[in-house]
Design a protein around this ligand. Structure first.
Ligand code: P6P
Length: 337
């Protein structure tokens, strides 16, 4: 029987995440297998969160937890659950010495002081959307620690600029659940097959279009955006671009990554530094978009070059197709604020 007939009869399922990581082991500068195991642990936590999200309405874990996080935002029950599950995952392999999380005010010392890595994570971004069945996501960044192995982690370990990331990615809990990540050698997307419990390579070597016709921002704040942003959005409307904004960063980012487009969270009157957090939202997506041929700035400088000063600091975010981000940058130089 020829391969064509075989494949028609029994379509190949493709490469699992595990096989892919194994094959790409040589991409990791410190190919001791620790980073590989860390990525596997993240994928496992993603599968568990996917399960929790998919039946949240049935087991009473929808809705507010009843406390606020360090941002002063009402925590959803699933925010807390996702935070617990990912922190457990990072502790599993003893590769991680420190974690910062949107849901925790302070740096988390895992106690594994021989761990070579530190993690910055937003366990469940956009969680207020879960109750209305809109896609949500997890965003993570992985760094090598700076402090000596065997010593307690320090703030310097987690306050590194985004250009020091060794890996970054997101899990999108959407119409299908996907894991998209980079280790600095391109971007690869994996789609979860729940019936097999595996992520399969579905989007190899992702590249984002140089230009797009989609723009994503909360135009309800339009009048308080700096003038260059207002001018840019007027141009988008003049060119009859499509406004697509679902209030879930990972979902808006992922759609624009695949189709071409730009996501903007400019400075506003109520959020002069923007709303999104540099360490566990902007940096990871900036690393991914640059690896896919796009750009990410805070309106003034490359996101990945920003030297952090506080754990939960915010940054304005302009991210997506290169030509679209560069158009806004050009307006920044000619339109008075
Ligand atoms: P706004 C969700 O809270 C989030 O962090 C992102 O996922 C989303 O893009 C943004 O905030 C929405 O913010 O102010 O437009 O509601």
């Amino acid at each position: 029987m020829d391969h064509h007939t075989e494949d028609k009869l029994a379509a190949p399922v493709g490469i699992t995440l595990d096989r892919f990581i194994q094959q790409r082991q040589e991409d990791f500068p410190y190919a001791t297998g620790e980073l590989s195991q860390l990525l596997r642990d993240i994928a496992l936590a993603g599968k568990i969160i996917n399960r929790d999200i998919n039946h949240a309405g049935l087991i009473g874990i929808n809705g507010a937890f009843g406390q606020q996080n360090v941002q002063g935002e009402d925590q959803q029950k699933l925010d807390v659950i996702a935070d617990i599950r990912f922190i457990r995952a990072f502790r599993n392999g003893k590769e991680v010495c420190a974690i910062i999380s949107e849901e925790r005010e302070e740096l988390i010392d895992t106690g594994y002081h021989d761990g070579r890595y530190v993690i910055a994570i937003d366990p469940l971004d956009g969680s207020s959307n879960i109750d209305v069945n809109v896609s949500v996501g997890t965003i993570f960044s992985i760094y090598r620690r700076l402090s000596p192995i065997g010593t307690p982690p320090t703030l310097d370990d987690v306050m590194q600029p985004g250009n020091a990331q060794v890996a970054a990615g997101y899990v999108l809990y959407g119409s299908s659940t996907m894991l998209v990540y980079t280790t600095g050698h391109g971007v690869n997307g994996f789609t979860y097959e729940p019936s097999l419990g595996e992520f399969f390579l579905s989007h190899p070597q992702l590249k984002t279009p140089e230009k797009g016709k989609i723009y994503s921002c909360n135009e309800g704040n339009l009048n308080t955006f700096p003038k260059p942003y207002q001018q840019y959005l007027a141009e988008c409307r003049e060119q009859q671009f499509s406004a697509r904004y679902i209030g879930s960063l990972v979902a808006d980012f992922h759609r624009n990554l695949l189709k071409g487009g730009i996501y903007l969270y400019p400075p506003t009157q109520s959020a002069p530094q923007g709303k999104l957090r540099l360490l566990y939202e902007c940096n990871a997506l900036a690393f991914i978009v640059e690896q896919a041929g796009g750009k990410a700035t805070d309106g003034q400088q490359r996101i990945l070059d920003i030297a952090p000063t506080t754990l939960h600091q915010r940054a304005p975010l302009v991210i997506g197709s290169k030509a679209m981000v560069e158009r806004l940058e050009a307006l920044q130089t000619v339109v008075t604020q």
